[in-house]
Ligand binder design. Sequence first.
Ligand code: SF4
Ligand code: SF4
Length: 747
Amino acid sequence: MSNGATAGLVRASSEFDPDAVTRPIFWQIGTAGEVVFYVLATLTVALFAFGVWRRVAKYRRGRSAGRWATVKNALFTPTAGVRRRADRHSVGVVATNASIGRRARAVGLAHFGVFWGFIVLFLGTVTLTVDYDVLRVTGNIVSGDGESWRFFHGGFYEIYSAVLDVFALAAVVGLGYLMVRRGMIKPFRLNYSRAQQPENGYSRKQFVLGDWLFAGGLLAILCTGLLEESVRIRGTGFPDHEKWSPVSWALAKGWDSLGLSQSAAHDGYPVFWWLHALLALAFVAYIPYSKAMHMLADGVNVLAHDRAATLRLPDPQPDPTHAGYTSIGDFTWKELLDLDSCTKCGRCHEVCPARTGGAPLSPRDLILDLRQWVDVQSGGIAILDRERRPDQTGPASPNGSTPIAGGVIPAETLWSCTTCMACVETCPVGIEHVGTIVQLRRTLVESGTMDPTLQTALQNLAGQGNSFGKSARMRSKWTKALDVKIKDARKEPVHYLWYVGDYASYDDRLAENSRTLARLLTQAGVDFGILYEDEWNSGNDVRRVGEEGLFELLVEHNIEVLANAQFEQIFTTDPHTLNALRNEYPAKGATYTVWHYTELLAHLLESGAFDIEPLGEKVTYHDPCYLGRYNRVTEAPRRVLQALGCELVEMPRNKENTFCCGAGGGRIWMDDSKLSERPSANRIKEAAALDVGHFVVACPKDMTMYSDAAKTTGHDATLTVADIVQLVDRAVRKPAPPAADPVGAPA
Ligand code: SF4
Ligand code: SF4
């Protein structure tokens, strides 16, 4: 790779010396050329620094994010998360590009080549600068013999040449693949069409131009560098030591075979040198004003990423004069950095269940719209990264009075989110969409901008502690049909407190499943109890709706009730409740050991608590988002199915890569009739293609959503939606009934 310009801010040895194992710097450029180069380089650095300063000034307008401890942890656990990048972010994840290669190995490999190619070339430039501009100059001042201080010759030079050449080639190959993928393979995720926007209502041509300028610029720099070096090798007559630059050497041989004479290469060399130098300088100056900014932002964003911040949502911004976000100053610096980190890779766009179902939401576009709005509010730093709209509305509008929630981001977009976290999980650069969406929803809730059905549900929750609007006394009605009375954990000590949840308590279609679980636990001798009418909704989805005051109210009540109950551990039927109790309540000072009922069942089955008659059925299992993705409970339900002797056939989207049923984040309380396809229907179709008899669920809401979806898609005749507890019940051999009453029996 070249060190004549970008790789060689050097003055010495501009003449070629055939005996020296090194290369001439500024060869054929002349003193005037050197001066021009240094002037341009200084201008470049100034432009670059100015752009970076403006970006940093923008982030500094944001609030504290409390993430420095996260960054510190990431820095000091270098390899953590390399294999499971979604859980831990670290220097190792950044260095290996593990988050980019996850579920996209070829892209990860190509990006790895580009990433390390440019890092090594940059370090090569720094090395030369140290040699020529620091050691040589210092040596001249101190001893009058700067040449003897230098190390850029001999064996060092040969190794240096080989390393830089190989990494330059890796970058060219990686970049070539990424460009072919973007320009010819054209995967869906790289299509910039907006969700639910008329095609003539916006233009994203500048996005496309910016992408190609970025990728094309990098490729041009690499290619002109290699060409420039090859012409120098040809022009200096193939010095033997230049074989250590294998790529450039091969190219030089190519020049030779094409008939380029040594004198022509000698004379033409400055053209290549200047082309490479000017491209490189222009690109460096362009970085902070373009998509290339992600090269600086992403590393920090990945290190500052905290997945726990989606499990336990951030508190509202502290300004008491308004709720939610209404200005840049309401965002945290991490949220502002998130916006600049987006590479438009489209992975979140592809997996989002709202977008899949035809809702007007794409997490990618939400980030890009916010980015454009923040950029406009900050005086406009980006040059090409702009969407245009003919009517100058939306994110393109420079109008500072446009509200963010309900303006820059339409209310229906914000309400479309199921908070499934698929976007956060898949984003390779650590962007946390859900927290930002909920902060914006808080503004909508404050102004009452919401579905009437949601409003009713929230009123019910505030008045009765449940979204059904039924009286608290009705909560334990499902227990009445049991033979034994379930212990009241408020009145007597129990080992397990069963936090039943609203749906498993109030929905008549689900009551039998609750009773089945109660009977099985009783049969296994498990000591458990419930809170009867004192159990209130845990508040998980209320918080995700953005109703922070109601969330606080529910949590306060539940913590008080739990404090007066006598139990060792909690288990719950509801993954949403599990998330709240495990992750939200500790921040409110209440920490419990919380299990999902599948974890308890797996333990009971494996410890021989039940006598099992294997079912031998072919089933598939749906991981609820709040269980599988949020809380990583993916193995316990599978262990249950294995213990029951079921053959599990996995759906393509499984475990933490599961697909949302469409009910989360309060969506279950909203109208979904406008969707072109409900996420639950999409999921049932995925399962129906597997030729299995059962679609097994482990969440009461899933039971409701998927039973309906199986009917509406016409798959209910061949695919039975079953709660996992129903399968356990069918497999467990029941104890023999008590002997018949001997009274009156024949003697
Ligand atoms: S959380 Fe789920 S529904 Fe919401 S934007 Fe992300 S992927 Fe879409
Ligand atoms: S938010 Fe993340 S996943 Fe979505 S397009 Fe941007 S970089 Fe890709």
